[in-house]
Design a protein around this ligand. Structure first.
Ligand code: ADP
Ligand code: MG
Ligand code: ZN
Length: 475
């Protein structure tokens, strides 16, 4: 059997986080009754005219700049025709000939995956099929929601690279704030195009496309399973058919959905109701200058500036909420390593326990910084710090110092209090004192244990040990 190589290109649809839709003023907010956020433009009623949302163009341009694309100053919108009940106009406004952003790239394990283009388009509505009544209902609320579609070149060679490419793109977009990028809610959906070819060949094989995969894990599984399926077909002497396939994550397999249309079938033509864009060099330059620091830059900066490991850095920069928390906490308490350790450990574990994604993090950097400071100053021990963190994250406590006081988490550092406890323990366990003085070293541990217990774990163990040693020596 010859060795085969997997070839993958991705199409990533991303819902932009604008307040209103791309061609009308309807709200993009979730909720509200079905068909309450749909106007004649959304529904393509005769005579309705689209008006382009400026913010959507700006978001798409920011995405393009962040992904190293050139911006097409005179980008044009086109009509893509197809009939489906969730698309009442029977065409989608998209971009074919002159997309807004072209020729970008994203770096994946030291290699550049080229981005062919990023174009703007509108989303369709939602169908729900009721198996009991055999009726299908359509909700037009999502019609006209602003989307960008990011199309890579077929440069990806493995499941790992595919997952990494999506992770990197998602991290960049989420840092820009142009989308909430929630895969599980469909604001970022991935189509995987895949073919195989004999290793060493530079011709492309026939591809299959798996649509709307909605988690990173499923992307990896889909690439692996589809590669195996295609190799098996070829080995059996069967042709690979160019088709759209549905990925079923519970079965871990894809099944044929329909044969794939070619661009010709959509009878694309320029949208006559929208003028071509006319973006100035100055406007684009201003957008470029206003980009925030991107994950790639943070990835290089964190290890150098803060001494973080590549692993920790990677996790922090992949989530906007985490790297914001990290940077602000580190600045407030001046202890970046501690900040990273707390986030990587306790904070992520608490989120996991609560089943919450990082963007729902309820932990002000001021609170985390205060907890870190209190612990490093020896005011609370690790356990007390952990309790304060849990209380803040669950909403039980707002003010760290108030919580520490109310729950008596502060360590007993006061010399006379510690000395008092030592005296008390030595009086109540005279046997251990005698044993220790008779040379039984073990008895020391027993006395220490009782003293710590009396302090409810809040004594400075080092100081306590010194005081106890001293007192035992005096006998
Ligand atoms: P269409 O618009 O018909 O979906 P495109 O040419 O726009 O086709 O390509 C869509 C995606 O498929 C791109 O990400 C591209 O890199 C990828 N692709 C195209 N041909 C192949 C192939 N033979 N194998 C794997 N991926 C491919
Ligand atoms: Mg396509
Ligand atoms: Zn509308």
């Amino acid at each position: 059997m010859p060795l085969y190589e997997t070839v993958v290109g991705l199409e990533i649809h991303v819902e932009l986080a604008t307040a209103s839709k791309v061609f009308c003023g309807c709200s993009t907010a979730f909720g509200g009754g079905q068909n309450t956020r749909a106007c004649p433009v959304c529904m393509g009623l005769p005579g309705a005219l689209p008006a382009l949302n400026r913010q959507a163009v700006e978001y798409a341009v920011r995405a393009g700049l962040a992904l190293n694309c050139s911006i097409t100053k005179n980008a044009v919108f086109d009509r893509k025709h197809y009939f489906y009940p969730d698309l009442p106009k029977a065409f989608q406004i998209s971009q074919l000939y002159l997309p807004l952003c072209v020729d970008g790239w994203v770096e994946v394990s030291g290699k550049r995956i080229r981005i062919r283009e990023i174009h703007m388009e509108e989303d369709a509505g939602k169908l729900s099929h009721d198996p009991w009544t055999d009726v299908s209902l359509v909700d037009f609320n999502r019609c006209g929601a602003p989307l960008i579609e990011i199309v890579t070149q077929p440069d990806i060679r493995s499941a790992e690279e595919a997952v990494e490419a999506v992770r990197k793109i998602r991290a960049a977009l989420s840092m820009l704030g142009v989308s909430d990028c929630k895969m599980q809610e469909g604001s970022l959906r991935v189509d995987v195009n895949l073919s195989v070819r004999p290793m060493g060949s530079d011709e492309l094989g026939t591809r299959a496309e798996m649509k709307n995969i909605n988690s990173l894990r499923s992307i990896g599984r889909a690439v692996t399973a589809e590669t195996a399926r295609q190799i098996e077909q070829i080995e059996l002497g069967k042709p690979i058919i160019q088709q759209t396939r549905r990925w079923d994550d519970s079965k871990g397999a894809s099944s044929a959905m329909r044969s794939k249309e070619d661009a010709l079938d959509y009878r694309y033509f320029p949208e006559p109701d929208l003028a071509p864009l006319s973006l100035s060099d100055e406007w684009i330059a201003e957008r470029r200058a206003a980009l925030p620091e991107l994950p790639e830059q943070k990835r290089k900066r964190y290890p150098v500036e803060f001494g973080l490991s590549a692993y920790d850095t990677d996790i922090l920069v992949s989530e906007k909420a985490l790297c914001e928390l990290f940077e602000r906490t580190a600045a407030l308490c001046g202890r970046p390593k501690d900040a990273a350790n707390w986030i990587m450990g306790e904070v992520l574990a608490a989120l996991k326990d609560r089943g919450e994604p990082p963007d729902q993090l309820r932990l002000p950097p001021e609170a985390l910084a205060r907890i870190i400071t209190l612990q490093s100053d020896g005011v609370v021990n690790r356990n007390g710090a952990r309790r304060a963190l849990t209380a803040v994250m669950s909403g039980e406590a707002e003010d760290v110092d108030g919580y520490v006081t109310a729950n008596q988490l502060a360590m007993v550092g006061d010399e006379s209090a510690l000395a008092g406890i030592v005296r008390q323990v030595m009086e109540s366990d005279a046997d251990s004192v005698a044993a220790y003085r008779a040379g039984k070293e073990k008895a020391f541990g027993r006395l220490m244990g009782q003293a710590m217990k009396a302090l409810r774990g809040k004594g400075d163990p080092g100081r306590l040990k010194e005081l106890l040693t001293e007192a035992l020596g005096e006998g």
